[in-house]
Ligand binder design. Structure first.
Ligand code: GLC
Length: 524
């Protein structure tokens, strides 16, 4: 089948489904490493939860499959029930042919059942989701465990939806190891790429020719050393029936060497099955008019109430209480991806000359935390930092109390925090890339349209320019309030996104049925 014919079929499937035509209910199994609220490190966990719920609300039978980490049912926070004991997951190693697991379930009121793969050694004993030398084994076990779970017949989905390198290897197993399995054969696979930045347990940017994994051989035996050198993400890209990533702009960017992380050429070849769908935001869970974590609730009609949150934020971070200072916030993982270093460098110039305060919340990279401490030491009355994760009310106070928030990312597949900020009337200053480009529109002071401020180049001049613009706009209260109202009224609801995923699932089924994937990508 020629590539242009495949593109035609996909275009018809993806563009010709009328918005309001109901899609027949499907059975979907989401397989992922972290899922909110059970285990939540980043945006990935949120997407798995909210997307599943949005699809369930459309009438689909959506279930989630994840590891049973030791911390999940401590203190009976979640009431888990064992549904399978002694699930044998093959290792492909004759000396230890199976790893034995259990499957537990949590039934929620939101209509999405979550299954947990239980294994003492690989999940139960671990305090964290990521960061172990045997992570490749842990995610391969989860992927293969999900397939063995399906083979028991307890839940046979139409679609398996995998996420990032952790579970993308499932697409390889299903195409190769289970090729002749009557149950698994009929199931279509979708892989969502949340980030190209991690592809396996090795640095994909510095792979020697000897270690290069082209994805043609079988996945290595579960307990072998070789599994650490395999590129699970590449394998997912090769074998998934459909690929998505979390914004339209990132879907284009990853076809280039700048953002493709060494897989851009492969992605270019399979681009006919790649679709960008921007992430959403749950409007009920993130609502400034009802949020109990705020000092004072507000909406677009009661914006003056917002200042109480600004005072609470200044107080919490040890800053002088000042209404007229522009509070510039930064929230989230301390990570090179997020451009915290650029923000620090730029703020050093801004803080010297303007009536501005800088507040930061979020932990991670120790070097970046050190730079933040340095900035605080330089401007003790203008900088308030909390360089650790905060699961209490600081993030909400930042959304509801800061005036602007910075998003100077090096790359950003989607980004969720800028949507949260907008919903609470904090104006995002974003680099015009990836999901930041797709979720924020640049404010035009003449037409008074737009929801934030944008810059292009990753340098302090570009970021400085937009911060100074914010300082200026902030003086014009009417204009500023219009900008805030525009931002707060943007609709990021998951329900629209779920419709796009329905189309992707249909396309995956069509491709799978016609065995396009195997025809085009048969590498055995
Ligand atoms: C990753 C990406 C982020 C995205 C999130 C959820 O963390 O870095 O941009 O929003 O996944 O898809």
């Amino acid at each position: 089948m020629a590539t242009n014919q495949i593109i035609k079929v996909l275009e018809n499937l993806i563009t010709d489904v009328p918005e309001n035509r109901g899609v027949a209910p499907m059975k979907i199994l989401m397989v992922g490493a972290e899922v909110y609220p059970y285990a939540s490190v980043g945006g990935y966990a949120m997407v798995l939860n909210y997307l599943s719920r949005a699809l369930a609300a459309k009438g689909h039978d959506v279930r989630v499959f994840m590891p049973k980490f030791g911390f999940i049912d401590k203190g009976t926070q979640f009431d888990l029930e064992t549904v399978i004991e002694g699930l044998r997951v093959p290792t492909d190693d004759p000396s230890e042919p199976y790893l034995i697991c259990n499957v537990k379930v949590h039934r929620t009121s939101a209509g999405v059942m979550t299954y947990f793969l239980e294994n003492m050694e690989y999940y139960e004993k671990r305090a964290n989701v990521y960061g172990y030398v045997d992570d490749a084994v842990r995610w391969a076990l989860l992927s293969r465990g999900a397939l063995e779970f399906i083979r028991t017949g307890m839940f046979i989905p139409d679609i398996i939806h995998t996420h990032d390198w952790h579970t993308s290897v499932l697409c390889d197993y299903v195409n190769r190891n289970y090729r002749d399995d009557d149950i698994l054969n009929d199931i279509s696979t979708v892989l969502t790429i949340h980030s190209m930045g991690h592809q396996g347990m090795f640095n994909h940017r510095h792979v020697s020719e000897l270690d290069y994994d082209d994805g043609r051989s079988s996945v290595a035996a579960l307990l072998s050393d070789r599994i650490n050198k395999q590129n699970f993400l590449r394998r997912g890209i090769l074998y998934a029936d459909m690929l998505t990533t979390v914004s339209k702009t990132y879907a284009k960017e990853i076809l280039t060497p700048e953002y493709g992380e060494c897989l851009d050429k492969l992605l270019l070849e399979v681009r006919s099955k790649l679709v960008g769908i921007v992430n959403g935001l749950n409007n009920v869970d993130f609502n400034p008019s009802t949020d109990p974590l705020l000092a004072k609730n507000f909406d677009i009609h009661t914006l003056p109430n917002r200042v109480e949150n600004k005072y609470a934020l200044q107080d919490a971070l040890g800053l002088p209480i000042k209404q007229d200072a522009l509070v510039v916030g930064m929230l989230g993982r301390l990570d090179g991806q997020k451009g915290t270093d650029l923000a620090i460098k730029t703020m050093r110039h801004v803080l010297k000359d303007f009536n501005v305060q800088f507040v930061q919340v979020g932990g991670g990279d120790g070097g970046l935390a050190e730079q933040l401490r340095g900035l605080h030491a330089e401007f003790p009355t203008k900088v308030g930092i909390h360089p650790y994760p905060n699961f209490s009310n600081l993030p909400r106070l930042m959304f509801g109390g800061s005036d602007v928030m910075l998003f100077p990312s090096r790359f950003e597949p989607c980004g969720i925090v800028q949507m949260e900020a907008m919903r609470y009337g904090s104006i995002p200053i974003v680099r015009d890339i990836g999901g930041l480009a797709d979720t924020v529109t640049a404010f035009n002071s003449i037409t008074q349209e737009g929801t934030g401020l944008k810059f292009n180049d990753f340098n302090e001049f570009a970021l400085f320019g937009q911060i100074v613009r914010a300082i200026e706009l902030f003086q014009h209260k009417k204009l500023w309030n219009t900008l805030q109202k525009n931002a707060m009224s943007t609709d990021f609801s998951w329900s629209v996104r779920a419709q796009d995923y329905e189309k992707v699932y249909k396309a995956a089924q069509a491709l799978h049925r016609k065995a396009f994937t195997r025809g085009v990508l048969d590498l055995d």
